[in-house]
Design a protein around this ligand. Structure first.
Ligand code: SAM
Length: 192
């Protein structure tokens, strides 16, 4: 009996390509990571950030909901699970990284493709961040740290408020002004 195989062809045009936010996250993560760390990157995209950290930590696993991103990052050597945020994964992780979809997006502006998932943070820009903050307590080791990238467009004060409500303290550890005056920020979260 012959087994029929269907192969999935990943399309790079459906994957977020490394940009200023990716560069800032990798640079910050490199100065944060310790050799003993078990690292989780949520939303791996092309694999740029995780690839740059693989040799600096004890263990690294990444996730993405986008099958094109999961396939392309996996092919670049990053262990990837295709899932929603970290559903199905068990920690503890010592360092969690997330460059989330953070742009405020009106439902009428949505384009129905996989790349949209990289950008669309819902009307406030914080929809995915809210779900992320609810999930991390069960994944993070007691002394664990999170690096969360946000933008001035995401409402940094509102994000810091959400962080506090979920039992974390946040410290801004990196900042960069990009085109159009937008400011990218990296928050380092630890348990209160
Ligand atoms: N980490 C990459 C980088 O810095 O270049 C990609 C960042 S891109 C701004 C956001 C990534 O998060 C996209 O690859 C997107 O598919 C993924 N993503 C969005 N929502 C997600 C979810 N609910 N679960 C897993 N991944 C998600």
């Amino acid at each position: 009996m012959q087994r029929s195989q269907t192969s999935f062809h990943a399309d790079p045009n459906q994957v977020y390509q490394p940009a200023e936010d990716s560069f800032l996250l990798l640079k910050t993560a490199k100065s944060e990571v310790k050799p003993s760390d078990r690292v989780l990157e949520i939303g791996v995209g092309s694999g740029y950030v995780s690839s740059g950290l693989l040799s600096s930590c004890q263990l690294l696993v990444a996730t993405d909901k986008n099958p094109h991103a999961a396939t392309i990052a996996y092919a670049s050597g990053v262990p990837v699970v295709r899932t929603n945020l970290a559903a199905g994964l068990r920690g503890p992780f010592d360092l969690i990284l997330f460059n989330p979809p953070y742009l405020p997006t009106d439902p009428s502006e949505r384009i129905d493709d996989w790349l949209e998932l990289a950008l669309d943070g819902g009307p406030s820009g914080r929809d995915v961040i809210i779900r992320f903050l609810q999930e991390i307590p069960s994944l993070l080791s007691s002394e664990g740290r999170v690096l969360l990238l946000i933008s001035s467009l995401t409402g940094p004060e509102e994000v810091e408020d959400l962080v506090r409500k979920n039992g974390f303290v946040s410290t801004p550890v990196a900042e960069e002004r990009v085109e159009g005056g937008e400011i990218l920020l990296i928050l380092r979260l630890t348990r209160c």
